[in-house]
Design a protein around this ligand. Structure first.
Ligand SMILES: *[C@@H]1O[C@H](CO)[C@@H](O)[C@H](O)[C@H]1NC(C)=O
Ligand SMILES: *[C@@H]1O[C@H](CO)[C@@H](O)[C@H](O)[C@H]1NC(C)=O
Ligand SMILES: *[C@@H]1O[C@H](CO)[C@@H](O)[C@H](O)[C@H]1NC(C)=O
Ligand SMILES: *[C@@H]1O[C@H](CO)[C@@H](O)[C@H](O)[C@H]1NC(C)=O
Ligand SMILES: *[C@@H]1O[C@H](CO)[C@@H](O)[C@H](O)[C@H]1NC(C)=O
Ligand SMILES: *[C@@H]1O[C@H](CO)[C@@H](O)[C@H](O)[C@H]1NC(C)=O
Ligand SMILES: *[C@@H]1O[C@H](CO)[C@@H](O)[C@H](O)[C@H]1NC(C)=O
Ligand SMILES: *[C@@H]1O[C@H](CO)[C@@H](O)[C@H](O)[C@H]1NC(C)=O
Ligand SMILES: *[C@@H]1O[C@H](CO)[C@@H](O)[C@H](O)[C@H]1NC(C)=O
Ligand SMILES: *[C@@H]1O[C@H](CO)[C@@H](O)[C@H](O)[C@H]1NC(C)=O
Ligand SMILES: *[C@@H]1O[C@H](CO)[C@@H](O)[C@H](O)[C@H]1NC(C)=O
Ligand SMILES: *[C@@H]1O[C@H](CO)[C@@H](O)[C@H](O)[C@H]1NC(C)=O
Length: 429
């Protein structure tokens, strides 16, 4: 507890300094050109480098072909390049990147579509660790999407990047083609602000069984009214998806069949800001759609051995939302569909040990069979109950449902926690 307190007070001055620095830097870059040197006057009128020679910002152009980076004379390393066309454009080979060497980030605004057959980033590969970001784009142009596009030279844009973000103010009025992800190798695909009407949706390429897409983590980093649907969780794009992390979002709904086409997921991590509201709102039947290709036989050691890489761990972390979620008997119906039979396990986080309850016992049942790092399941929240489960696996649900120590805790620390909440809320703005 003391530790949390210290962290709290130590981090306030730190974050204030950070924020003010950012503010200063932003004002500096947006101030008029007279106070800041433009390090790429050669690229005017469309591009400026007010943040330093490695930061290019291009706007007010009406075609990518208006941009010519060879005017810089010497080839330049660029860590951040931002494109803000004056009118909506298709991202295609009319963007010519000769003259610059990209190092980290590429940002596009106002894009209507992505040409699958053209890739201005063709000389970069995921090994170069480039990030691609889209903001304020209305993906409204329906682009050709057909398995016949695939040939030995088929290297769509996404296959050149290491991470991709679909950020704020994007609209998806036309279907995207899953082939965008052909042969991609992404450590992260980040999609923020997912709502039911505002999320990428994908054409159906029924006749294909693979697009060689390797996305390690799908991160949903922010959003209000976030909804996870089956049409987002495309079977081809996420054919090798390992982790889904839903973080800092207000999660409204996960559709019952959301994950029913996803077969290689190993971690589903929740650090949402409305954990209690979300999980208590329904019976969470969507859990049934997890890892459905696997039917486990816990009594068969051979099966367990052969499937040691096929488990799925659901990380239940209420801490971003509530310090008082105890997984009590009454919560049982919210977790009743937890799919133990599909080789799915639960990891529960909390600041203090939780007593065994009907819900805890149910979620942690079979925990000893978790084939990966078992200590991962043995958290501050669970170690007491795990010990209990080992000695007396039967639990009478008529026992008191909330641990006494936790009640005391809540009284003492409610005030502090509220402070921390306000604090996190403030820095997130
Ligand atoms: C944008 O370009 C037009 C000409 O095409 C010019 O008149 C205008 O001043 C430019 N705006 C900015 C903000 O540079
Ligand atoms: C560009 O970056 C590479 C390393 O990434 C470095 O070797 C090279 O010297 C840099 N070029 C310039 C002009 O700074
Ligand atoms: C790129 O798309 C634009 C429309 O945004 C189009 O006018 C242009 O011809 C295309 N260029 C190439 C090289 O495909
Ligand atoms: C890309 O990132 C990996 C892992 O962080 C690193 O080992 C590698 O050197 C990076 N490559 C480049 C070109 O920076
Ligand atoms: C997005 O583009 C479509 C098609 O051009 C258009 O009908 C729609 O109004 C656009 N949405 C917004 C918010 O601009
Ligand atoms: C996606 O999120 C990860 C984790 O926060 C981050 O490292 C990566 O840079 C993000 N990618 C983009 C393109 O924003
Ligand atoms: C995928 O890309 C790699 C290079 O990153 C290449 O070696 C491989 O042939 C490509 N695979 C397919 C199916 O196109
Ligand atoms: C709870 O469920 C109702 C009905 O499905 C929905 O309208 C509401 O947004 C949900 N609330 C939360 C916090 O998830
Ligand atoms: C998801 O949770 C697992 C298990 O706690 C953890 O090892 C992993 O790092 C988490 N992944 C992400 C992207 O947060
Ligand atoms: C599981 O994964 C590990 C590490 O990637 C590998 O060494 C092992 O052979 C795999 N086991 C099975 C049964 O596929
Ligand atoms: C959990 O971890 C504690 C030490 O932190 C250890 O004493 C206990 O035996 C572990 N429980 C299980 C079931 O592994
Ligand atoms: C909980 O508190 C009640 C009354 O304060 C006490 O009688 C009981 O023994 C306590 N139970 C535990 C498990 O500490």
């Amino acid at each position: 507890m003391l530790f949390v307190l210290c962290l709290f007070f130590v981090s306030i001055p730190f974050s204030i300094t950070q924020t003010s620095q950012t503010t200063i830097r932003t004002t500096a870059t947006t101030k008029s050109t007279t106070t800041r040197k433009n390090d790429c006057v050669q690229l005017s009128p469309y591009c400026t480098c007010l943040g330093g020679p490695e930061y290019i910002y291009c706007n007010n152009f009406t075609s990518f072909s208006q941009l010519d980076f060879t005017l810089l004379g010497e080839k330049r390393n660029i860590t951040y390049i931002t494109f803000v066309p004056k009118q909506p454009l298709i991202l295609n080979n009319s963007l010519n990147l000769n003259g610059i060497e990209l190092k980290e980030n590429v940002v596009f605004n106002n894009i209507v579509g992505i040409d699958l057959n053209e890739n201005p980033f063709i000389k970069w590969t995921p090994k170069d660790n480039l990030s691609l970001q889209f903001f304020s784009s209305n993906f409204s142009q329906l682009m050709p999407c057909d398995k016949n596009l695939i040939n030995e030279n088929f290297k769509p844009i996404f296959s050149s990047f290491k991470t991709i973000l679909f950020g704020y103010r994007n609209i998806y009025s036309a279907q995207l083609c899953p082939l965008l992800f052909y042969n991609s190798s992404l450590s992260y695909l980040n999609i923020s602000d997912l709502t039911y009407s505002g999320q990428p949706w994908f054409s159906d390429l029924r006749e294909l069984s693979t697009i060689h897409s390797k996305i390690d983590t799908l991160l949903i980093p922010s959003g209000q009214n976030t909804r996870i649907t089956k049409s987002l969780m495309n079977r081809l794009i996420f054919e090798n998806l390992k982790t889904v992390l839903i973080s800092n979002t207000i999660l409204q709904k996960i559709d019952d069949d959301a994950f029913s086409d996803i077969f290689n997921m190993r971690f589903l991590n929740f650090s949402i800001v409305n954990f209690e509201k979300f999980f208590k709102n329904s019976t969470n039947k969507w859990m049934q759609s997890l890892n459905t290709k696997i039917r486990v036989d816990y009594s068969n050691p051979e099966w367990l051995n052969a499937n040691q890489n096929n488990s799925l761990l659901v990380n239940l972390n209420p801490l971003y939302s509530s310090f008082f979620f105890y997984f009590t008997d009454e919560d049982y119906e919210n977790f009743q569909y937890f799919p133990h039979d599909n080789f799915v396990f639960a990891r529960i986080s909390m600041l203090y040990p939780l007593k065994c309850s009907k819900t805890m016992n149910f979620l942690l049942k079979n925990f000893e069979q978790y084939p990966l790092d078992l200590s991962n399941l043995n958290t501050t929240a669970t170690y007491e109950c795990l010990a209990n489960l080992l000695t007396s696996p039967t639990y009478s649900s008529t026992l008191s449902t909330t641990p006494n120590s936790s009640i005391k805790l809540s009284e003492n620390f409610k005030f502090i926690f509220s402070l921390i909440f306000i604090y996190f809320f403030a820095i997130s703005i």
